[in-house]
Design a protein around this ligand. Structure first.
Ligand code: CP
Ligand code: NVA
Length: 308
């Protein structure tokens, strides 16, 4: 079963194939109205469940549109309104959904829920974000980098801010796609050791650097994300802001990167907190290409899951 649970648990050639297929599908649609079907209809007669236990704009809309462009049908479900949120086990939910749908995408809190769903489902399961990772986002980011600048292998990516779920998937991708990653942020918000160690074990350089200006020197790509994620306690907000303020991505920080460096943010952003509007709307920024590429990358992920 081709579950898409994380970038580090998916084979390198499969990942590369998905990026290439995403680019081919994007190119083939060039200029076509968004509601128009693709020439190829690999999801014809397929039903896809999109389950959200947390809010979403991009993941929800891009999966829904992607399925429809490939000829399939979707149902968008809120975890709270399902029996899942009222005590039915994940295993039973997985067995039941497998009788109705061909593919399940879930955005949830604990990654254990995702893994249990995948274990008991008879259909492929896709990770649409957990507290620990966000692989679909980073597939879109790799696609975006390579569209603008060519192969990401051997490049220097700098993550500035909280070592969160999106950062974790970047570390997974560093090992699989072969780029170096420098994390810059306060020690208390370092990415988990296990993610750092795994990337290093695959031969790429992972550096933890407290000084953001030093970290960004020579960067080909600078990335940040919200300082307080959906799973974080809101009570941590003020402390987080104080810890992370030195790591804001602003024009001064970007000036240390390579002149042709790109800036990415998965969005939603808190403008002028983790990144200034001057950077978000500036010449390095590709944030809306990233958002668009969620659509193309996830179409490739779904095809791979279904063996299409
Ligand atoms: N980047 C991302 O996953 O956005 P949403 O939370 O809007 O889905
Ligand atoms: N780190 C953020 C990403 C949102 C897409 C969160 O988990 O809230």
């Amino acid at each position: 079963m081709n579950h898409f649970l994380d970038i580090n648990t998916t084979g390198v050639s499969d990942l590369r194939g998905m990026i290439d297929s995403a680019l081919a599908m994007k190119t083939a649609r060039n200029g076509r109205p968004k509601g128009a079907l693709d020439d190829d209809q690999p999801l014809k007669d397929h039903m896809v469940a999109l389950i959200f236990e947390k809010p979403s704009t991009r993941t929800r809309v891009s999966f829904d549109v992607g399925v429809r462009q490939m000829g399939g049908q979707t149902m968008v479900l809120s975890g709270k309104e399902m029996q899942l949120g009222h005590g039915e086990t994940i295993a039973d939910t997985a067995r039941v959904l497998s009788r109705y749908v061909d593919l399940i995408m879930i955005r949830t809190f604990e990654e254990q829920v995702l893994h249990e769903l995948a274990e008991y489902a008879d259909v492929p399961v896709i990770n649409g974000l957990t507290d620990r990772s966000h692989p679909c986002q980073i597939m879109a980011d790799i696609l975006t980098y390579e569209e603008h600048r060519g192969p990401i292998a051997g490049k220097k990516v700098v993550w500035s801010g909280d070592g969160n779920n999106v950062c974790a998937s970047f570390l997974h991708a560093a090992g699989q796609f072969g780029f170096d990653l420098t994390f810059t942020g306060p020690e208390v918000l370092d990415p988990e050791d296990v993610f750092v160690a795994e990337a290093r074990s695959k031969g790429v350089t992972v550096t933890l650097e407290r000084d953001p200006a030093k970290a960004v020197k020579g960067a080909d790509l600078v990335v940040t994300d919200t300082w307080v994620s959906m799973h974080d306690a809101q009570s941590a907000r003020e402390r987080r802001h104080n810890q992370l303020r030195p790591y804001q991505v602003n024009e001064e920080l970007m000036a240390h990167a390579n002149p042709d460096a790109l800036f990415m943010h998965c969005l939603p952003a808190h403008r002028d907190e983790e990144a200034t509007s001057t950077v978000m709307d500036g010449p390095h920024s590709v944030i809306f290409d990233e958002a668009e590429n969620r659509l193309h990358a996830q179409k490739a992920v779904m095809r791979w899951c279904l063996g299409k």
